[in-house]
Write a protein that binds this ligand. Structure first.
Ligand code: UT7
Length: 342
């Protein structure tokens, strides 16, 4: 889908927060687990280190501090939240949803709360849903959370995946504003490519059995080269599509927050789109690929380093399992003094 925002209903991000676990896992530590090296990981991905959740931390434990910060920044009491979406592929459990668990833990009893599964693009899909619910007049305040604990579905004997990912979560508050905010969205999915990035077992196709566990089918699997090709293509095409739909030149983009999977993918997309390096937000070096957490963590970074100021035009593009992709273009409206623990 591609859609331009309703000009009569300005909706924007009015608060944000993020959380990453304290435990830092370095490339050198990984080189003691699998046949890899700090040099290979840095050169091929740009990743220096990533954060790993503690054994007692599930997804909702990462989401609570991120969401509380977003609420505080926005000055919205939790009880006023009417919609709460958690974008993730690693919920606390299949059901109840982490959205429902989070609404309870935050104290948001009136919120419609659920999880959204769109791989690493989940945060972009959730932003578009929340925008639509607010612009359509169904709700006034929506909390959108993106986060994953991918360390729990990593095969720590598979060097082609385990070096790439990390744990983290980010949250944003969406509300009506007088002007600015979201200009448009472009979202898409190619289920035919889903085979290139998946976790085969644990659902209704291959329920958990001793065999599925022995075959290591409860871990994420990826054909890195195929996903790399997909990623370099859609990061460019999706961004170009949303810019065109909004009659906006790429030269007007002040801050570019792409999904953080690999610095080479980000560099390629920025170059193709014609976005200078100083407008590109990078956190994959510190956090690895945090899936649905990567773009909201990028928002926190860009705010912390002073790049996100009212009036700045922000382009965000995600891509990931599905295969899915999604972009949003928005005029930043909020003033912050930084935030997050990342
Ligand atoms: O958010 C979800 C989206 N995920 C992505 O966007 C990931 C997209 N893919 C990628 O970022 C890259 O394809 C990877 C980082 C996964 C791999 O980089 P690459 O440059 O495409 O490497 P490759 O798969 O072509 O492998 C090159 C070599 C292979 O050895 P041979 O066959 O040339 O002998 C691999 O076995 O590198 C080997 N290799 C490793 N070597 C050391 C693969 N993983 C590792 C490793 N350490 N961790």
């Amino acid at each position: 889908m591609i859609g331009r925002a309703n000009g009569d209903a300005a909706v924007s991000i009015t608060g944000f927060g993020c959380y990453v676990p304290e435990r830092v896992l370095t490339n050198d530590e990984l080189a003691r687990l699998v046949d890899t090296s700090d040099e290979w990981i840095r050169e091929r991905t740009g990743i220096r280190e990533r954060r790993i959740a503690g054994p007692e931390q599930a997804l909702s434990d990462l989401c609570v501090p991120a969401a509380e910060q977003a609420l505080e920044h926005a000055g919205v009491p939790a009880r006023d939240v009417e919609l709460l979406i958690v974008a993730t592929v690693t919920p606390d459990m299949f059901f109840p949803s982490t959205g429902a668990i989070l609404a309870d833990r935050l104290g948001a009893p009136d919120a419609a709360a659920y999880d959204l599964s769109a791989g690493c693009t989940g945060f972009m899909y959730a932003l578009a849903q929340a925008y639509g619910m607010i612009a359509g007049g169904l709700v006034d305040r929506a909390l959108v959370v993106g986060g994953d604990v991918l360390s729990r579905i990593m095969d720590w004997t598979d060097r082609s995946t385990c070096v790439l990912f990390g744990d983290g979560a980010g949250a944003v508050m969406l509300e009506r504003v007088d002007a600015g905010g979201f200009h448009g969205f472009e979202l898409g999915a190619d289920g035919g490519g889903g085979v290139h990035l998946n976790m085969p077992a644990g659902g209704s196709r291959i329920p958990a059995t001793a065999e599925s566990i022995a075959a290591r089918q409860h871990f994420a699997r990826m054909n890195g080269r195929e996903v790399f090709k997909f990623a370099t293509r859609v990061l460019v095409s999706s961004a170009a599509a949303v810019l065109e739909a909004c009659d906006t030149s790429v030269d007007d983009v002040d801050v570019y927050i792409p999904h953080q999977a690999n610095v080479r993918i980000i560099d390629h997309a920025a170059k193709k789109l014609g976005i200078p390096d100083d407008r590109v937000v990078i956190n994959v070096d510190r956090f690895g690929n945090t899936s649905s957490g990567s773009i909201p963590l990028g928002i926190a970074d860009a705010a912390a380093d002073g790049r996100l100021r009212p009036g700045k035009l922000v382009l965000m593009t995600g891509m990931g399992a599905g295969l899915t992709w999604g972009s949003a273009l928005m005029e930043w409206t909020a003033v912050f003094d930084g935030g997050g623990n990342g």
